[in-house]
Design a protein around this ligand. Structure first.
Ligand code: GDP
Length: 176
């Protein structure tokens, strides 16, 4: 029955990545289906929730912790990923340095976070493909080797944003 409540699963999700890669924008797109070209930077961390109905019997609720990318907040990150069930590590396809930063976050998560954490790598800003600095195949090969989900996204056009979060939801431990 479509009105049946089914099961509600709740997971803590953390966003990590270099400043200005679009972490807050991906959250804003996913939670409110909005985009803002002139967003102010996140200070510290921000908290939002969003639910995904996977099927009539299964709802996944994400508690989303959007962390600030600035170096001066880096020491706060363990507080956010320590109890996280899943993580989205974001880079900007137009900024080569941002993939290196993403790889270092992945390494830190794989060493320090919950061993069962589900990690997705997101190459954001695909709408700026004329300025692309990171080939999709290279990032995808890295993600595959590191055991990560992988999506290229655009918070601006919404491309692949729901797919990213839905694929994380499907990867979570749900007893079905
Ligand atoms: P954060 O510091 O990683 O949270 O990045 P923000 O979400 O604050 O975004 C940084 C800047 O990039 C802002 O000016 C956004 O409008 C812009 N931005 C974010 N996502 C995209 C995208 O998919 N495409 C384009 N063209 N700009 C984006």
């Amino acid at each position: 029955h479509p009105q049946a409540p089914g099961k509600l699963y709740q997971f803590k999700l953390v966003l990590l990545g270099e400043a200005a890669v679009g972490k807050s924008s991906l959250v804003l797109r996913f939670v409110k289906d909005q985009f803002d070209d002139y967003r102010e930077s996140t200070i510290g961390a921000a908290f939002l929730t969003q639910t995904i109905h996977l099927d009539d019997n299964t709802t996944v609720k994400f508690e989303i912790w959007d962390t600030a990318g600035q170096e001066r907040y880096k020491s706060l990150a363990p507080m956010y990923y320590r109890n996280a069930n899943c993580a989205v590590v974001v880079y900007d396809i137009t900024q080569a340095s941002s993939l290196e930063k993403a790889k270092s976050w992945v390494k830190e998560l794989q060493r320090q976070a919950d061993p069962n954490i589900v990690i997705a790598l997101a190459g954001n800003k695909t709408d700026l493909s004329s300025r692309r600095a990171i080939e999709r195949e290279d990032a995808q090969a890295y993600a595959h080797d590191a055991g990560l989900l992988f999506f290229e996204t655009s918070a601006k056009t919404a491309a692949n944003v729901n797919e990213l979060f839905t694929s994380i939801a499907r990867k979570m431990p749900l007893d079905q």
